[in-house]
Ligand binder design. Structure first.
Ligand SMILES: O=C(O)CCC(=O)C(=O)O
Length: 272
């Protein structure tokens, strides 16, 4: 792993986060036993035991060479998804990904097995999500308005990272469009003819294996590539630090304002 600091998880909730914020760089967190006491619990069979009866929303990504082809979500029974994960998916032209399932709302059955409060006090947690994918999933280059603790439970994932200051080289989508968090650049197949400025960007590549955790600071650009086997992960997005990068905040501000106005109108509408 290049240029990446390792931090041992502190026994005091919030202390590791404070250290990560001080460094304000991606770091690997080791010694996650307090948060994930039994890594062996995270396998397909235990997922079956806990969530088999659920109806899930699964992300479907067409298997083509370009991030311009959009994915979409389908409803699927957990039992079908999990058995297809084991036996191979019927439709090999697509990649299926049980992505970004909120532990609070979508899969509370799994919450008791990740002791999030050993890492962060509850008031700092914006959301936590579960990810379970077939091999070679790809989440294209984007950034999020949260610090992220990303914990790998099964299989490997490679993160392709760029700092917020590389925004000027990464062809971000318009701040006024629907996906201001996305970039047009594909680090996995860098097209320098189409995106010549991308040659100036500084990429960091980190591969996480089961038991590893990455701290990814707010507004860092990341594309995430699943390894050759089934992958399982949990992450926590942390509250606060919106203005820690001016460029990042400006990129996402118009959408934040639109969402704020939308929810005010909704509240007003419901009242009357
Ligand atoms: O695990 C993945 O496939 C994507 C994760 C991601 O983009 C995130 O945690 O922000």
């Amino acid at each position: 792993m290049q240029d990446i600091q390792q931090i041992e998880l502190s026994g005091i909730a919030g202390k590791t986060y404070a250290e990560c914020v001080r460094l304000n760089r991606p770091c690997i967190i080791s010694g996650l036993y307090d948060v994930l006491p039994d890594l062996r619990l995270w396998n397909i069979q235990s997922a079956k035991d806990r969530i088999v009866d659920k109806e899930l929303k699964v992300y479907v990504m067409p298997k083509v060479d370009s991030q311009s082809s959009l994915g979409y979500w389908v409803k699927m029974k957990a039992s079908d998804y999990l058995s297809q994960l084991e036996s191979g998916f019927f439709d090999s032209s697509k990649t299926f990904y049980l992505a970004m399932q909120r532990l609070d709302e979508d899969l509370p059955e799994l919450k008791p097995y990740v002791l999030l409060d050993k890492l962060l006090p509850e008031n700092l947690i914006a959301a936590s999500s579960f990810w379970l994918g077939q091999s070679k999933t790809i989440v294209y280059l984007h950034m999020d308005p949260y610090d992220n603790f990303f914990m790998q439970l099964m299989g490997q994932k490679t993160f392709h990272l760029y700092p917020p200051s590389d925004r000027k080289y990464l062809y971000p989508c318009s701040p006024f469009g629907s996906s201001p968090e996305a970039s047009l650049v594909d680090p996995l197949q860098l097209d320098l003819e189409k995106f010549p400025l991308a040659r100036h960007a500084t990429r960091i590549e980190i591969t996480l294996k089961a038991g590893d955790a990455l701290f990814l600071p707010i507004y860092w650009w990341h594309a995430v590539q699943g390894g050759p086997e089934t992958t399982m992960s949990v992450n926590i997005w942390c509250k606060g630090r919106t203005f820690s990068s001016f460029g990042g905040a400006m990129q996402l501000m118009p959408r934040g304002v639109k969402q704020g106005i939308g929810s005010l109108i909704n509240k007003f509408w419901k009242k009357n």
